[in-house]
Ligand binder design. Structure first.
Ligand code: EPU
Length: 339
Protein backbone atom coordinates (compact mmCIF):
# COMPACT_ATOMS: atom_id res chain seq x y z
CA UNK A 1 0.00 0.00 0.00
CA UNK A 2 1.40 3.38 -0.99
CA UNK A 3 2.04 5.84 1.80
CA UNK A 4 1.03 9.41 1.03
CA UNK A 5 2.61 11.76 3.54
CA UNK A 6 1.45 15.29 4.27
CA UNK A 7 3.29 18.57 4.83
CA UNK A 8 6.77 17.21 4.25
CA UNK A 9 9.83 19.45 4.21
CA UNK A 10 11.68 19.31 0.89
CA UNK A 11 14.92 20.71 2.33
CA UNK A 12 16.73 17.39 1.93
CA UNK A 13 15.18 16.73 -1.45
CA UNK A 14 16.71 19.68 -3.34
CA UNK A 15 20.44 20.32 -3.63
CA UNK A 16 19.87 24.07 -3.17
CA UNK A 17 18.74 23.16 0.36
CA UNK A 18 15.71 25.45 0.15
CA UNK A 19 13.34 24.83 3.04
CA UNK A 20 9.88 24.59 1.53
CA UNK A 21 7.22 21.98 2.12
CA UNK A 22 5.07 19.76 -0.06
CA UNK A 23 1.38 19.39 0.74
CA UNK A 24 1.52 15.71 -0.25
CA UNK A 25 4.53 13.47 -0.81
CA UNK A 26 4.86 9.91 -2.04
CA UNK A 27 7.91 7.75 -2.61
CA UNK A 28 7.82 5.34 -5.54
CA UNK A 29 10.11 2.33 -5.21
CA UNK A 30 8.74 0.15 -8.03
CA UNK A 31 7.43 1.25 -11.43
CA UNK A 32 4.13 -0.63 -10.89
CA UNK A 33 3.38 1.58 -7.89
CA UNK A 34 2.69 4.39 -10.36
CA UNK A 35 -0.28 2.40 -11.72
CA UNK A 36 -1.60 2.04 -8.16
CA UNK A 37 -1.06 5.75 -7.44
CA UNK A 38 -2.96 7.00 -10.45
CA UNK A 39 -5.88 4.61 -9.98
CA UNK A 40 -6.98 7.19 -7.44
CA UNK A 41 -8.34 10.07 -9.51
CA UNK A 42 -7.55 12.72 -6.87
CA UNK A 43 -3.84 12.42 -7.76
CA UNK A 44 -4.58 12.56 -11.46
CA UNK A 45 -6.24 15.94 -11.04
CA UNK A 46 -3.81 17.43 -8.55
CA UNK A 47 -0.77 19.53 -9.40
CA UNK A 48 2.22 17.18 -9.44
CA UNK A 49 5.96 17.37 -9.33
CA UNK A 50 8.27 14.51 -10.26
CA UNK A 51 11.37 14.63 -8.14
CA UNK A 52 14.57 12.68 -8.61
CA UNK A 53 17.71 13.98 -6.93
CA UNK A 54 16.34 17.56 -6.89
CA UNK A 55 19.64 18.77 -8.29
CA UNK A 56 18.21 21.02 -10.97
CA UNK A 57 15.37 22.71 -9.11
CA UNK A 58 14.70 25.96 -7.37
CA UNK A 59 11.67 25.96 -5.08
CA UNK A 60 10.36 29.49 -4.78
CA UNK A 61 7.48 28.64 -2.45
CA UNK A 62 5.74 25.74 -0.74
CA UNK A 63 4.42 23.18 -3.21
CA UNK A 64 0.67 22.95 -2.96
CA UNK A 65 0.30 19.56 -4.64
CA UNK A 66 1.74 16.04 -4.79
CA UNK A 67 5.49 15.48 -4.96
CA UNK A 68 6.31 12.09 -6.46
CA UNK A 69 9.78 11.09 -5.37
CA UNK A 70 11.17 8.45 -7.74
CA UNK A 71 13.34 5.98 -5.87
CA UNK A 72 13.27 3.08 -8.35
CA UNK A 73 16.62 1.29 -8.01
CA UNK A 74 18.52 -1.38 -9.92
CA UNK A 75 21.44 -1.56 -12.33
CA UNK A 76 22.13 -4.43 -14.69
CA UNK A 77 24.07 -5.02 -17.88
CA UNK A 78 24.29 -7.32 -20.86
CA UNK A 79 27.44 -7.73 -22.93
CA UNK A 80 27.21 -8.49 -26.62
CA UNK A 81 30.68 -8.66 -28.24
CA UNK A 82 32.08 -5.16 -27.61
CA UNK A 83 28.74 -3.53 -26.94
CA UNK A 84 27.38 -3.25 -23.40
CA UNK A 85 23.76 -2.44 -22.68
CA UNK A 86 23.22 -1.08 -19.20
CA UNK A 87 19.76 -0.56 -17.72
CA UNK A 88 19.34 1.52 -14.58
CA UNK A 89 16.33 2.45 -12.47
CA UNK A 90 15.34 6.12 -12.62
CA UNK A 91 15.98 6.56 -8.89
CA UNK A 92 19.60 5.46 -8.99
CA UNK A 93 22.10 8.19 -8.17
CA UNK A 94 23.73 9.22 -11.44
CA UNK A 95 27.26 9.05 -10.14
CA UNK A 96 26.69 5.56 -8.66
CA UNK A 97 25.84 4.43 -12.18
CA UNK A 98 28.96 6.12 -13.57
CA UNK A 99 31.08 4.33 -10.94
CA UNK A 100 29.40 1.00 -11.71
CA UNK A 101 30.27 1.43 -15.39
CA UNK A 102 33.80 2.75 -14.87
CA UNK A 103 34.61 -0.05 -12.38
CA UNK A 104 33.32 -2.64 -14.86
CA UNK A 105 35.29 -0.93 -17.67
CA UNK A 106 32.18 -0.04 -19.64
CA UNK A 107 33.25 3.04 -21.57
CA UNK A 108 31.17 6.06 -22.54
CA UNK A 109 29.98 7.92 -19.45
CA UNK A 110 33.30 8.64 -17.72
CA UNK A 111 33.24 12.32 -18.76
CA UNK A 112 29.89 12.62 -16.97
CA UNK A 113 31.41 11.67 -13.59
CA UNK A 114 30.18 13.40 -10.45
CA UNK A 115 27.20 15.16 -12.03
CA UNK A 116 24.64 15.43 -9.22
CA UNK A 117 21.15 14.04 -9.71
CA UNK A 118 19.32 10.86 -10.58
CA UNK A 119 19.37 8.59 -13.62
CA UNK A 120 15.75 9.41 -14.47
CA UNK A 121 16.39 13.15 -14.58
CA UNK A 122 19.42 12.78 -16.84
CA UNK A 123 17.53 12.45 -20.16
CA UNK A 124 15.06 15.21 -19.27
CA UNK A 125 17.71 17.90 -19.59
CA UNK A 126 20.23 15.86 -21.61
CA UNK A 127 22.96 16.34 -19.00
CA UNK A 128 26.40 17.08 -20.36
CA UNK A 129 29.93 17.90 -19.31
CA UNK A 130 33.48 17.89 -20.66
CA UNK A 131 32.58 17.21 -24.26
CA UNK A 132 30.00 14.44 -23.76
CA UNK A 133 26.22 14.61 -23.51
CA UNK A 134 23.82 11.97 -22.28
CA UNK A 135 22.45 11.57 -25.83
CA UNK A 136 25.84 10.16 -26.92
CA UNK A 137 25.30 7.02 -24.81
CA UNK A 138 21.52 6.90 -24.57
CA UNK A 139 19.75 3.88 -26.10
CA UNK A 140 16.15 4.27 -24.84
CA UNK A 141 14.06 4.89 -21.76
CA UNK A 142 10.91 3.43 -20.33
CA UNK A 143 8.32 5.88 -19.08
CA UNK A 144 4.90 5.73 -17.45
CA UNK A 145 2.18 7.61 -19.29
CA UNK A 146 0.00 9.21 -16.64
CA UNK A 147 -3.11 9.63 -18.79
CA UNK A 148 -3.31 5.96 -19.85
CA UNK A 149 -1.58 4.19 -16.97
CA UNK A 150 0.70 2.34 -19.39
CA UNK A 151 4.44 2.17 -20.01
CA UNK A 152 6.04 3.35 -23.23
CA UNK A 153 9.56 3.05 -24.62
CA UNK A 154 11.17 6.20 -26.03
CA UNK A 155 14.00 5.74 -28.54
CA UNK A 156 16.78 8.27 -28.87
CA UNK A 157 15.01 9.89 -31.83
CA UNK A 158 11.73 10.06 -29.88
CA UNK A 159 13.45 12.07 -27.14
CA UNK A 160 14.44 14.97 -29.46
CA UNK A 161 17.60 15.71 -27.52
CA UNK A 162 19.23 19.10 -27.81
CA UNK A 163 21.53 21.23 -25.64
CA UNK A 164 20.12 20.75 -22.09
CA UNK A 165 16.79 19.91 -23.70
CA UNK A 166 14.49 17.01 -24.64
CA UNK A 167 10.85 16.24 -25.42
CA UNK A 168 10.31 15.70 -21.66
CA UNK A 169 10.89 19.41 -21.08
CA UNK A 170 8.60 20.36 -23.97
CA UNK A 171 5.66 18.50 -25.60
CA UNK A 172 5.69 15.64 -23.07
CA UNK A 173 6.21 17.79 -20.00
CA UNK A 174 4.11 16.48 -17.14
CA UNK A 175 2.71 13.60 -19.20
CA UNK A 176 5.32 10.92 -18.57
CA UNK A 177 7.42 9.67 -15.66
CA UNK A 178 10.70 8.03 -16.63
CA UNK A 179 11.15 4.76 -14.73
CA UNK A 180 14.32 3.33 -16.27
CA UNK A 181 16.99 4.27 -18.78
CA UNK A 182 19.00 2.03 -21.12
CA UNK A 183 22.52 3.06 -22.14
CA UNK A 184 24.72 1.77 -24.92
CA UNK A 185 28.33 1.60 -23.80
CA UNK A 186 31.41 -0.18 -25.09
CA UNK A 187 34.17 -2.45 -23.85
CA UNK A 188 36.50 -0.51 -26.13
CA UNK A 189 37.29 2.93 -24.79
CA UNK A 190 37.09 5.88 -27.16
CA UNK A 191 38.33 8.53 -24.73
CA UNK A 192 37.11 12.09 -25.29
CA UNK A 193 39.93 14.44 -24.45
CA UNK A 194 39.16 17.51 -26.54
CA UNK A 195 38.06 19.54 -23.51
CA UNK A 196 41.09 21.67 -22.62
CA UNK A 197 40.97 21.24 -18.84
CA UNK A 198 41.04 17.42 -19.18
CA UNK A 199 44.10 17.49 -21.43
CA UNK A 200 45.92 19.85 -19.08
CA UNK A 201 45.21 17.77 -15.98
CA UNK A 202 46.33 14.55 -17.70
CA UNK A 203 49.62 16.25 -18.61
CA UNK A 204 50.01 17.42 -14.98
CA UNK A 205 49.59 13.82 -13.88
CA UNK A 206 52.00 12.52 -16.54
CA UNK A 207 49.32 10.31 -18.09
CA UNK A 208 49.75 9.81 -21.84
CA UNK A 209 47.40 6.90 -22.47
CA UNK A 210 44.46 7.49 -20.18
CA UNK A 211 42.06 4.73 -19.18
CA UNK A 212 38.40 5.53 -18.52
CA UNK A 213 39.22 5.39 -14.80
CA UNK A 214 41.85 8.12 -15.34
CA UNK A 215 39.30 10.26 -17.18
CA UNK A 216 36.72 9.73 -14.48
CA UNK A 217 39.22 10.74 -11.79
CA UNK A 218 40.40 13.79 -13.72
CA UNK A 219 36.84 14.97 -14.44
CA UNK A 220 35.91 14.47 -10.77
CA UNK A 221 38.99 16.43 -9.73
CA UNK A 222 38.14 19.33 -12.09
CA UNK A 223 34.52 19.41 -10.92
CA UNK A 224 35.48 19.40 -7.24
CA UNK A 225 38.00 22.20 -7.78
CA UNK A 226 35.55 24.40 -9.72
CA UNK A 227 32.09 23.63 -8.44
CA UNK A 228 30.67 23.85 -4.93
CA UNK A 229 29.75 20.55 -3.25
CA UNK A 230 25.97 20.60 -2.74
CA UNK A 231 26.31 18.63 0.49
CA UNK A 232 28.02 21.64 2.08
CA UNK A 233 26.96 24.63 -0.06
CA UNK A 234 23.50 24.44 -1.61
CA UNK A 235 23.49 24.85 -5.40
CA UNK A 236 22.02 23.37 -8.57
CA UNK A 237 25.06 23.42 -10.85
CA UNK A 238 24.90 25.86 -13.74
CA UNK A 239 21.96 28.13 -13.03
CA UNK A 240 21.73 29.42 -16.62
CA UNK A 241 22.28 27.85 -20.04
CA UNK A 242 25.15 29.03 -22.17
CA UNK A 243 23.27 31.27 -24.63
CA UNK A 244 23.26 30.30 -28.31
CA UNK A 245 22.85 33.40 -30.47
CA UNK A 246 22.76 34.14 -34.23
CA UNK A 247 26.10 35.05 -35.81
CA UNK A 248 25.04 38.64 -36.59
CA UNK A 249 24.16 39.27 -32.93
CA UNK A 250 27.45 37.68 -31.94
CA UNK A 251 29.34 40.05 -34.26
CA UNK A 252 27.95 43.02 -32.35
CA UNK A 253 29.08 41.54 -29.00
CA UNK A 254 32.45 40.64 -30.49
CA UNK A 255 32.99 44.14 -31.85
CA UNK A 256 32.80 45.56 -28.32
CA UNK A 257 34.26 42.58 -26.41
CA UNK A 258 36.70 40.69 -28.67
CA UNK A 259 37.81 38.55 -25.72
CA UNK A 260 34.30 37.04 -25.28
CA UNK A 261 34.56 33.25 -24.70
CA UNK A 262 32.64 31.57 -27.53
CA UNK A 263 32.24 28.26 -29.35
CA UNK A 264 30.77 27.36 -32.76
CA UNK A 265 27.17 26.14 -32.39
CA UNK A 266 26.10 24.95 -35.83
CA UNK A 267 25.22 26.86 -38.96
CA UNK A 268 24.98 30.59 -38.31
CA UNK A 269 25.02 30.30 -34.50
CA UNK A 270 27.54 30.88 -31.75
CA UNK A 271 27.47 29.71 -28.12
CA UNK A 272 28.73 32.10 -25.46
CA UNK A 273 30.13 31.16 -22.03
CA UNK A 274 27.49 32.50 -19.64
CA UNK A 275 29.96 32.29 -16.74
CA UNK A 276 32.22 34.74 -18.56
CA UNK A 277 29.38 37.18 -19.29
CA UNK A 278 28.29 37.07 -15.63
CA UNK A 279 31.83 37.51 -14.36
CA UNK A 280 32.35 40.54 -16.61
CA UNK A 281 29.28 42.13 -15.05
CA UNK A 282 31.06 41.92 -11.69
CA UNK A 283 29.00 39.15 -10.13
CA UNK A 284 31.65 36.47 -9.63
CA UNK A 285 31.98 35.49 -5.97
CA UNK A 286 29.56 38.21 -4.90
CA UNK A 287 27.53 37.49 -1.75
CA UNK A 288 24.02 38.95 -1.77
CA UNK A 289 22.16 38.28 1.49
CA UNK A 290 22.12 34.49 1.97
CA UNK A 291 22.88 33.83 -1.66
CA UNK A 292 25.44 34.74 -4.31
CA UNK A 293 27.53 33.35 -7.15
CA UNK A 294 30.35 30.83 -6.66
CA UNK A 295 33.83 32.34 -6.42
CA UNK A 296 35.26 29.84 -8.93
CA UNK A 297 32.32 29.67 -11.36
CA UNK A 298 30.00 32.64 -11.75
CA UNK A 299 27.42 30.49 -13.57
CA UNK A 300 26.61 28.70 -10.32
CA UNK A 301 24.33 30.41 -7.81
CA UNK A 302 24.69 29.22 -4.23
CA UNK A 303 22.83 29.15 -0.94
CA UNK A 304 25.23 30.35 1.72
CA UNK A 305 22.79 29.10 4.35
CA UNK A 306 19.19 29.99 5.01
CA UNK A 307 18.46 31.44 1.56
CA UNK A 308 14.88 31.39 0.37
CA UNK A 309 14.02 30.40 -3.17
CA UNK A 310 12.71 33.90 -3.76
CA UNK A 311 16.06 35.38 -2.78
CA UNK A 312 17.92 33.15 -5.23
CA UNK A 313 15.36 33.87 -7.93
CA UNK A 314 15.67 37.62 -7.36
CA UNK A 315 19.44 37.42 -7.70
CA UNK A 316 19.05 35.44 -10.93
CA UNK A 317 16.76 38.17 -12.32
CA UNK A 318 19.32 40.86 -11.43
CA UNK A 319 22.01 38.86 -13.22
CA UNK A 320 19.82 38.42 -16.32
CA UNK A 321 19.15 42.18 -16.36
CA UNK A 322 22.77 43.20 -15.98
CA UNK A 323 24.05 40.75 -18.63
CA UNK A 324 21.34 42.03 -20.96
CA UNK A 325 22.21 45.68 -20.44
CA UNK A 326 25.96 45.12 -20.87
CA UNK A 327 25.96 42.61 -23.74
CA UNK A 328 22.42 42.66 -25.19
CA UNK A 329 22.26 38.88 -24.58
CA UNK A 330 19.32 37.33 -22.75
CA UNK A 331 20.33 34.53 -20.35
CA UNK A 332 17.86 31.71 -19.84
CA UNK A 333 17.57 29.80 -16.59
CA UNK A 334 18.66 26.19 -16.82
CA UNK A 335 17.22 25.09 -13.48
CA UNK A 336 13.52 24.35 -13.13
CA UNK A 337 11.89 27.07 -11.13
CA UNK A 338 8.98 25.62 -9.14
CA UNK A 339 6.59 28.40 -8.12
N1 EPU B 1 34.22 31.33 -17.34
C1 EPU B 1 34.54 32.57 -16.88
N2 EPU B 1 34.09 32.94 -15.63
C2 EPU B 1 33.36 32.11 -14.86
C3 EPU B 1 33.01 30.83 -15.35
C4 EPU B 1 33.45 30.46 -16.60
O1 EPU B 1 35.23 33.35 -17.53
O2 EPU B 1 33.01 32.50 -13.74
C5 EPU B 1 34.75 30.90 -18.65
C6 EPU B 1 35.83 29.83 -18.44
O3 EPU B 1 37.08 30.41 -18.26
C7 EPU B 1 35.77 29.04 -19.72
C8 EPU B 1 34.30 29.14 -20.10
O4 EPU B 1 33.74 30.22 -19.38
O5 EPU B 1 36.52 29.66 -20.72
C9 EPU B 1 33.54 27.85 -19.83
O6 EPU B 1 33.58 27.54 -18.46
P1 EPU B 1 33.49 26.04 -17.91
O7 EPU B 1 34.48 25.17 -18.60
O8 EPU B 1 33.51 26.08 -16.43
O9 EPU B 1 32.08 25.49 -18.42
P2 EPU B 1 30.65 26.19 -18.51
O10 EPU B 1 30.35 26.47 -19.94
O11 EPU B 1 30.55 27.34 -17.57
C10 EPU B 1 29.37 23.97 -18.92
C11 EPU B 1 28.18 23.26 -18.36
C12 EPU B 1 28.54 22.55 -17.07
C13 EPU B 1 29.65 21.57 -17.34
C14 EPU B 1 30.85 22.35 -17.93
C15 EPU B 1 31.97 21.44 -18.34
C16 EPU B 1 26.21 24.49 -19.08
C17 EPU B 1 25.09 25.40 -18.69
N3 EPU B 1 27.09 24.19 -18.14
O12 EPU B 1 29.70 25.01 -18.01
O13 EPU B 1 27.39 21.82 -16.66
O14 EPU B 1 30.05 20.90 -16.15
O15 EPU B 1 30.44 23.06 -19.11
O16 EPU B 1 31.63 20.74 -19.50
O17 EPU B 1 26.25 24.06 -20.23
C18 EPU B 1 25.42 22.02 -15.36
O18 EPU B 1 24.78 21.93 -16.40
O19 EPU B 1 24.84 22.14 -14.24
C19 EPU B 1 26.87 22.02 -15.40
C20 EPU B 1 27.62 22.19 -14.30
Amino acid sequence: MLQIQQNISLKNFNTFGIDVSAKYFVEINRAEELIELFMDSQWMEMERLILGGGSNMLFVKDFDGLVIHINIRGMEHRINHQQVLVVAGAGEVWNDLVNYCVNNEFAGMENLSLIPGSVGAAPVQNIGAYGVELKDIFASCNAFEIATGTFKTFSKADCQFDYRDSIFKNDMKGHYIIVSVKFELSLVADVKLHYGAIKEELINRGITEPTIKDISQVVSYIRVSKLPDPSTIGNAGSFFKNPIIPKDEFNIVYEHFPEVVNYPAGDGFVKLAAGWLIEKCGWKGKVVGHTGTWHNQALVLVNHGGATGEEVYRLSSQIIDSVYSKFGVKLEREVNVVD
